[in-house]
Design a protein around this ligand. Structure first.
Ligand SMILES: Nc1ncnc2c1ncn2[C@@H]1O[C@H](COP(=O)(O)OP(=O)(O)O)[C@@H](O)[C@H]1O
Ligand SMILES: [Mg+2]
Length: 226
């Protein structure tokens, strides 16, 4: 198997040089194989979200490097970085849907810069909504949906770009049991189809999916199950 993502001695300091400085990650080195499922767990504030944001090129490390397919993410130009981000899909704890957009638009607005027409985007959104069991929600707004339904829309948005890797940050923590199980089933199916999964979670059902579980403590990798 090849390495998809790697961090080498990554440290992330928020608000550097101020009295509120926080070392959110401290000298973290790890690699994620292509096609694997990796989970990060650890107490609140241990650095899970920061690590996912760095792996997903949403934030820059203060020290160290993040590599995607052996390329240093932050040596690349912004154009190249945008191209790499398209290979990644994000699912956030709070769903992060846009209230003013209809469901089909929420799912497909990231595809607008790729030149996809509205008609093509609507067709794609409809097929993802069918697959995820929400066929009649196409024209509704996020606030008209339950939490579980909103999270399924967020998954549809992540899947719409056919990513190589899905990064899911505490994706079940705002869901009831039934909705969490549905989300896990979708993630399992996606993983079985070859997509790499990177999860941050406390949920034992999510942790059970992962081939490798890393534990974070105060920004440091404390242990791993492998
Ligand atoms: N944007 C930010 N600005 C300042 N501090 C932050 C920011 N994001 C996270 N932190 C701090 O960094 C530490 C790690 O946070 P986070 O990565 O969100 O942990 P977790 O996801 O495990 O709860 C915490 O102390 C948090 O308060
Ligand atoms: Mg977090």
């Amino acid at each position: 198997m090849s390495v998809l993502l790697e961090t080498r001695n990554v440290t992330k300091i928020h608000r550097p040089g101020t009295r509120a400085e926080v070392r959110a990650l401290d000298d973290v080195s790890l690699s994620v194989e292509s096609g694997s499922c990796v989970a990060f767990t650890g107490p609140s504030g241990s650095g899970k979200s920061t690590l996912l944001a760095l792996l997903g090129a949403l934030e820059r490390p203060s020290h160290g490097v993040v590599l995607f397919m052996d390329r240093d993410l932050h040596k690349d130009s912004d154009v190249e970085l945008t191209r790499i981000r398209r290979k990644m899909g994000f699912i956030f704890q709070d769903f992060a849907l846009i209230p003013s957009l209809a469901i089909w638009e929420n799912i497909t607005y990231p595809l607008i810069p790729r030149g996809m027409s509205a008609r093509e985007r609507l067709t794609l959104a409809q097929s993802l909504l069918d697959e995820l069991g929400l066929p009649d929600k196409t024209y509704e707004r996020p606030q008209e949906l339950s939490g579980g339904e909103q999270q399924r829309v967020a998954i549809a948005r992540a899947l719409a770009g056919r990513p190589e890797v899905i990064l899911a940050d505490e994706a079940t923590s705002n869901l009831d049991d039934a909705a969490a199980l549905e989300l896990i089933a979708v993630l399992k199916k996606t993983h079985a189809a070859g997509t790499t999964l990177i999860l941050s979670t406390h949920d034992p059902r999510m942790l059970a999916m992962a081939e490798t579980v890393y534990r974070l403590n105060s920004g440091r990798l404390a242990s791993t199950n492998c």
